[in-house]
Write a protein that binds this ligand. Structure first.
Ligand SMILES: Nc1ncnc2c1ncn2[C@@H]1O[C@H](COP(=O)(O)OP(=O)(O)OP(=O)(O)O)[C@@H](O)[C@H]1O
Ligand SMILES: [Mg+2]
Length: 254
């Protein structure tokens, strides 16, 4: 049965989408059946996995407004073992559409339940906000994986995020756990990256992944080719590190 992991941090640009794309692709490469769900209206996970977000007929938005069933929306075998639930800018209207709707926190959960059995892992990319879209991801998920960028303000907003996760656990999804934090954009040439990692380790009482994602230009280039890193540059340090992260995620599951 599928383990559902939401990749969340309301801080922008910390590597959520890069992690969601490449963790999904590396899990699939290792033979796991994966569904990647894009909950961010920016649709960067969708396009980064090679799906043309502007030509897909139906998206997560249609699920939210009840105009489609999940099976109709899934783009199958985008890569071997990897399906995608696509999104585009239409989803930015979802917040408004949800006003006054009953059980609006569970719309995605109820749809994902129908297909969960078909997958080993379901990875959800969240938008950079603690919005109803993120709440929908957290009610659907078994756990939340938090990317932390190795920069000076790394811990900013983290207590808010943890508080949100705890509230969701208390009120909406008692199964929810914090999967752990993963450091991203680590720059071995600066002391700052090292200091941030040490500081977070000292101050954060959460599981921290051993794998640290380095700053690697190939990771930033890959999305414009619609490819995850293991396809775009399989031997790059970015590809190697996301494979190791996938190993850790699989290990934790077992
Ligand atoms: N390890 C890395 N090395 C180099 N560039 C990276 C790395 N990780 C992410 N980037 C780049 O940093 C930028 C932000 O990354 P990404 O889009 O994954 O963050 P995000 O948290 O999803 O952002 P948002 O909050 O807007 O959704 C992107 O241009 C991405 O290509
Ligand atoms: Mg993103």
């Amino acid at each position: 049965m599928g383990r559902i992991i939401a990749i969340a941090n309301q801080k922008g640009g910390v590597g959520k989408t890069t992690t969601a794309i490449n963790l999904s692709a590396c899990l699939a490469e290792k033979g796991k059946k994966v569904l990647a769900i894009d909950m961010d209206p920016q649709g960067n996970m969708t396009s980064g996995l090679g799906v043309d977000k502007d030509s897909v007929e139906k998206t997560v938005y249609d699920l939210i407004i009840g105009e489609a069933q999940i099976e109709e929306i899934i783009c199958k075998e985008v890569l071997e073992n990897l399906d995608v639930l696509p999104t585009n800018i239409d989803l930015s209207a979802a917040e408004i559409e949800l006003i006054g709707i009953e059980n609006k926190e569970y719309i995605i959960k109820n749809e994902v339940e129908k297909v969960k059995e078909n997958y080993d892992f379901i990875i959800i990319d969240c938008p950079p906000s603690l919005s109803m879209l993120t709440i929908n991801a957290m009610t659907t998920a078994d756990s939340v994986l938090v990317p932390i960028q190795c920069e000076y303000y790394a811990l900013e907003g983290l207590s808010q995020l943890i508080h949100t996760i705890e509230l969701v656990k208390e009120r909406l999804n008692s199964n929810l756990e914090i999967e752990g934090v993963v450091f991203t954009m680590y720059d071995a040439r600066t002391n700052l990256s090292l200091q941030v990692v040490e500081n977070v380790k000292d101050n954060l009482n959460q599981n921290i992944y051993k794998t640290i994602i380095p700053r690697n230009i190939r990771l930033a280039e890959a999305p414009s080719y619609g490819m995850p890193i293991n396809q775009y540059d399989p031997k790059s340090s970015g590809a190697e590190s996301y494979r190791l992260l996938a190993d850790e995620v699989i290990e934790k599951e077992e």
